[in-house]
Design a protein around this ligand. Structure first.
Ligand code: AMP
Ligand code: MG
Length: 304
């Protein structure tokens, strides 16, 4: 895998390789993504094969402008323009009716497609250079914690030749995946919680917003094991006093352990499995339970 810095001129070569059907790892503000030309079925197949991703788990496509979102989707509700103007580029993914030019492998056979504009300078530049929609799930091997720094991708794929290149742009600021919302004419359904909350959306649009709970069937990928390091993760109310257990608590809780939040949770998972620990114990506090997006990722990492 060819690794380049965000300022490298080789970005032009990476854009050409994407057009030829190669895979490139892109930095975004949420997590690193494994990108391919969304209009090229064979390139998209490579994403599924390389990640070991189940075929029924649809991909998010990435683009660089409001106009492009309208080009790749159809029947957009009236409120969509306001959402795009307020939150994009940013960690929000819209699920809308798919335009026929998007191959059905991208959406795992659904009539809808998930689309977003990532807030990362070099990736926006790459999207404009390629001028194609890029399908890009999180760049981890399926089931592993999402990568928030370039080294995480090198750890997951080691000598795997199927990825042509990686753009290294230091650590992702948000650190957890985007909020995914299904945009229907009379309501919005939150399919995956993220940094952009229900309240954030309510402040912008005047339409009913339903929480994600119990909506797993509407978002095929949500049923799979996710975000797990190679050592067990558990949630408990107490600190475990044992050298092999890494105790961590949410930054806003008043407990004397190593602290975490969205921006470093996956890095802590990955560092712990490489270190001397055989278990991660996450202390459950009311502050953590109040952070719906973060608690969602932790709960899945425990495989519950
Ligand atoms: P990842 O790419 O790893 O962040 O995962 C993408 C998530 O988006 C998965 O949970 C998918 O189920 C969800 N997703 C993608 N496309 C759609 C869609 N058309 N409808 C509902 N959920 C989707
Ligand atoms: Mg993922």
């Amino acid at each position: 895998m060819k690794v380049i810095d965000k300022n490298s001129d080789l970005i032009n070569d990476f854009a050409e390789k994407l057009k030829l059907g190669e895979l490139i790892v892109i930095p975004t503000e949420t997590v690193y993504g494994l990108a391919a030309n969304a209009l090229d079925e064979n390139a998209v197949k490579k994403i599924f094969a390389t990640k070991g991703r189940p075929q029924d788990n649809p991909l998010i496509i990435h683009t660089y402008s409001k106009e492009k979102i309208f080009e790749f989707t159809q029947n957009q509700p009236d409120y969509i323009g306001k959402l795009i103007d307020t939150f994009m580029p940013g960690p929000l993914t819209l699920v809308l009716d798919k335009n026929l030019i998007i191959p059905s492998i991208v959406s795992a056979g659904l009539n809808t497609v998930a689309i977003r504009i990532p807030n990362n300078e070099v990736t926006l530049k790459l999207l404009e250079l390629v001028d194609l929609p890029l399908a890009a799930p999180s760049a981890n091997k399926s089931g592993r914690p999402s990568p928030t720094k370039a080294q995480h991708i090198l750890d997951d794929y080691k000598a795997d030749e199927s990825i042509y290149g990686l753009i290294d742009d230091s650590d992702c600021e948000v650190g957890i995946e985007s909020t995914i919302i299904k945009c229907e004419s009379d309501k919005i359904i939150i399919l995956r919680p993220g940094k952009i909350s229900k309240e954030d959306l309510e402040n912008v649009v005047d339409v009913k917003i339903e929480e994600y709970i119990g909506k797993e069937l509407l978002s095929p990928g949500m049923k799979y094991k996710h975000y797990s390091p190679d050592i067990p993760v558990q949630i408990s109310k107490d600190v475990i006093d044992n050298d092999n257990t890494l105790n961590i608590s949410y930054i806003k809780s008043n407990i004397d352990t190593m602290k975490f939040d969205e921006s470093n949770i996956y890095r802590i998972f990955r560092d712990a499995e490489k270190g001397k620990f055989s278990k991660i114990n996450i202390i459950e506090t009311k502050e953590l339970l109040n952070n719906i997006a973060l608690y969602n990722r932790i709960k899945k990492a425990t495989n519950q």
